[in-house]
Design a binder for this molecule. Sequence first.
Ligand SMILES: Cc1cc2nc3c(=O)[nH]c(=O)nc-3n(C[C@H](O)[C@H](O)[C@H](O)COP(=O)(O)O)c2cc1C
Length: 196
Amino acid sequence: MNHTLPHFQPVELKHASRLINHGPTVLVTSAHGGRRNIMAAAWSMPVEFTPPRIAIVIDKSTFTRELIAASGVFGVCLPGAAAADLTYAVGTASGREQDKFQRFGLQAFAGSTTGVPLLANGCVAWLECRLIPEKHTEDAYDTCFAEVVGAAADARVFANGHWDFHEGNAALHTLHHVGAGNFAVASSLLKAKPLP
Ligand SMILES: Cc1cc2nc3c(=O)[nH]c(=O)nc-3n(C[C@H](O)[C@H](O)[C@H](O)COP(=O)(O)O)c2cc1C
């Protein structure tokens, strides 16, 4: 158990892709040389189950990209619905001029596998990621590939390898950016049935 996040439980790496399969907006965390940072990213997706790999678009103008290029690692934290304002705030200000953790009163702890700062308040899951350097996709499309080397989630909303969104855990539902600071919330599950 992580004492900073008492409800969090490790997620088996073979299930890590399920954390972002439904396209949540995430917070990318990074650190290098005594600096740390956090930014919003709506464009991420799984690309492999085992080993778990993801792709995420991180613009080359961001401070985040600079820190990841230098450190080779980053965190992907999934904000819950209650953290919508925070998500927008860290997506509309750069950490180049200010420490956004300090500016927005965020608590961080070091991921046990990579040491990346992970958000200790307002998030419902996190992944620790190791950059897979792909110069062409990074330069041409700002798309960064990474292997997931650690993952955990709040057991009140993700358990036994599955999300469980229901009315009783609304503040923990994931956010999905619609545009211009508007978010849709993952608020219920629908089970597909075979067509007759
Ligand atoms: C909801 C939201 C989603 C965003 N998604 C992305 C994204 O997928 N990729 C990206 O490069 N920037 C995205 N941005 C913009 C970055 O978060 C923004 O440029 C940020 O200020 C970069 O911070 P940094 O310079 O501290 O790294 C998004 C912003 C918001 C508000």
